[in-house]
Design a protein around this ligand. Sequence first.
Ligand SMILES: [Zn+2]
Ligand SMILES: [Zn+2]
Ligand SMILES: [Zn+2]
Length: 221
Amino acid sequence: MRFYRIFGTIIGLLFIVIATNVQAQLNLADTSQARAYYEQAQKLIGQKKYVQAEVLFVKVFKMNTLLPDEICYFYGKTLFELGKFPQGKSFIEKYIRLKGESGEHYLDALQLQSDLEKKTDPTANQQCEKIVKDTCHLCHGSGTALQSCTRCEGHGKIICDLCKGNKVNIEMTSFGDRYFTCSRCDGAGIILCPVCDNTKLEKRKCVNCWGRKFAYYKRKC
Ligand SMILES: [Zn+2]
Ligand SMILES: [Zn+2]
Ligand SMILES: [Zn+2]
């Protein structure tokens, strides 16, 4: 009786191992098939055969395999060319969200996003616009810019850090407390901002390009 139970368990385990293996092989086959379809779809886009490309993309999505983020860009572009604007827009935005500026097709994706905006929103500016990467207009490519001082919040002065604005300092002696006019602020309670020296401006990382020295701009075609 005990023998059969152990035997049964072994057969059961063996079945699980085989099943998992078959599943893994199936996924592997799926992955290489998906990759082939994906590469073919990219070629078709290059030949402007968007209808055929879309068919392949749909097949790839149905295969439930791990897909590269770039597929969102290529599929979004295909949908745009086929006039399926709302879906195209969501795929292009997904690509931008996933890859950000590091994405190989970032600039093209920004252009498509702008074009799709015009197609899906009739109130959007309908003039032809081209997205360009250019030297930051705010910092002129230095990465830093004179901006409102953060230490004094643009006031030029701060509360004296020695007397904390009390104008006097206290010295404790055996004869009792002695009060001195604050030597740092001469009894004013406030001093010039040590960061901007009353210019109220401070050189900081550019808020337009975050120190990257370039930014993306829309230009009229
Ligand atoms: Zn003081
Ligand atoms: Zn300041
Ligand atoms: Zn800048």
